[in-house]
Every structure is written in structure tokens, then in C-alpha cells.
Ligand binder design. Sequence first.
Ligand code: TRP
Length: 359
Amino acid sequence: MQNAPLLWGFLLLSQRKIGIIYSIKKAKVMDDKIVLTGIKPTGTPHMGNYIGALKPLVELSQNHKTCMFIADLHALNSIHDAKEIKQHTYEIAAMLIAMGLNLDNAILFRQSDINEIYQLNEFLMNVTPKGLMNRAHSYKAMIEKNSAAGEDVDAGVNMGLYTYPVLMAADILLYNSDIVPVGKDQKQHVEFARDIAGYFNNIYGETFKLPEPVISEDAGLIPGLDGRKMSKSYDNTIPLFAPSNELKKKIMRIITDSKTPEEPKNPDESTIFQIYKHFANESEIAEFRKMFLDGGMGYGTAKTILFEKIDSVLAPARAEYERLMANKSEIDAILADGAKKAGFVAAKTISKVKKKMLG
Ligand code: TRP
């Protein structure tokens, strides 16, 4: 237990992940580095989220200590329905566990379960310049949209959204994180966490480590049904754990070009092949690629091959996911165990910070 607090952390949901794992390996993350990431429970994760975000985290957990939490407090600025946040929280946790998250290495917890997060958020508010928040991309996008629409610039902006980066800095600094894998859209937030750690250290002396963002270069490469990036906002997603018949219907809807079955096809431009790659082994991928290039395979056949592959690979995980979702107390127990471990570190950080700021 002594060294357990030499923690770890990690997680995040947007698009990133595969690249993150590669980048992390390249950066030779050692086991004594704390890797932390957070996933915001604002939707049911789909196949693009899984391939882009969750799968890399599951892989990372096989060999690295990681700390990952479900960022339910961050969801609050946009979702004001407790049931919805809770449901997505369970879905994300169940999905990670069902897909094989190694709980010997990963601490999985719910952000709001750690009371120290509210405290650190409040403490950090007092060393964070307001101007820093004004420069946040997400806030700037919002006020630009408002002014283009001729509205008050701050229309629809609550303080949760405005101070989002402070809470995120608190997440990162509370657990002494070294490495924070995130998608490109979150890079600025990790830089802000570094800035905020620096402001604090300048005033109160060396207290926080400066975290490093690790950004995926491959973000957003998973195509959806219409060939554009798979995203809830394009309504082109494939569910990860849909029943077989629903999965099949979706896959049959993938848009293709109008080549005849006889014509050779370019696998690298095919959504079918791009998705297949993430579920098959190397020899299967090589074989499927050849079938595209050789010609003689119609898109209908290609879709059936894709469906059968995904369906068989995901069947055991889908069963486990459904079992967990029907037994939420098991998920609660895992999250409670994670919270206990994370809370141990959090308490140490807070007592240090409180002493420095208030004596
Ligand atoms: N803001 C991140 C997102 O929207 C989620 C998140 C919250 C996070 N806290 C974090 C990610 C801390 C990394 C570290 O995807």
C-alpha cells in the first residue's frame, strides 16, 4: 500500500486512442509514471468511441498503471438530467470492463465520488487568472457563435462551462499525474493544467508536477456509415453492443461507391475495410485486402464478412456488458474500490495544498 499512491491514472473518450497508445509506447512510459485520463459521460459510447478511445485505454491497462475516471462533474454543464448522466456512467464503466480493462493495473472511478475534487477546484480558482478562461477554445467558440447570431456573447454559457478547465486541472493535479492521453480537442486543457500548476508553484513553492499531454495523431480516423468521421453529431454511428440483427442492419447501410462486384476496389478508401481492420487479425486483414484488390467481391458480400467478424469478436464482450448492466451493483463495487484507492492519493494532495494556502 505504501507505494500504491505512486499512482497512476489515465482515460478519455473522444476520438484519440490508438495513436495515444503508440505515442505512449514511443515515449517509453515507465511504470512509475502516472497516466491519467477522464471520459465524459455525455452519450452511449459507439463503435468509433470504442476504437478511438476505449480500446487504447483497455490495451494500455494491460501493462501500465493507469488512472481513469468517468468525468460526471464535467458532464453537468451540458446535461441537467441526473438519470442520463448516471446511465452513461454505467455504460462507460461496463463497456471498459467488458472489453477487458485490467483492473489490477487500472483504477477506475467516478469523478464525483472523490470529495477532494471539489476542494481542489475551489483552491485552484484562486490562482487561476480569469483571462486564461477567456482564451479557452471551447468558450471562445461559444461566444463567437453567439455574436455571429447577434446574441449576447455569454448566452447559454454557465459557470461550469466557463470554469471547465479549472476542474480539469484539478482532476489532473489531484492525482499527481505525469501523462495525460487526450484527443486534440483537449490538448489546450492539459496545457492550462500545466499553467495552473505553475502559477500555484510560483506562489506557494514546488507543489505540483507539471503534466504532459499525449495527443493522438490518428484522432477521428474511424469512418461512420456515410464515410465521414463516426460521430453522434453526424448521426452515422454504429452501436458497439447492439443485438446481432440491429448490428447487421446498420452495417448493410454503410455507403459505398457504385463499383460492380467484378471491379477491383481500393480497401483504403472503403469504410467497410477501415472498420474491419480494427477487429481482425493480420492474416485476415491481408486476405480481405486482397479480395478488395482482386475484384470479384461485391460490397454486399464485403458487408456480410464485416458483420460476421464484428459479431463474433464482440459476442462475448456483449454478453458480459449485458450481464453487468443487469447487475449494476457489480459496477458500483468496482467504482467504489477505485474511489477508495484514488481517494487515498487525493486526501494527501489536499492536505498538502490546504496547509500551503491556509496554514
Ligand atoms: N474534458 C475531457 C473530455 O471532454 C474529459 C476529462 C475531464 C479529462 N477531466 C479530465 C481528460 C482529465 C483528461 C484528464 O474529453
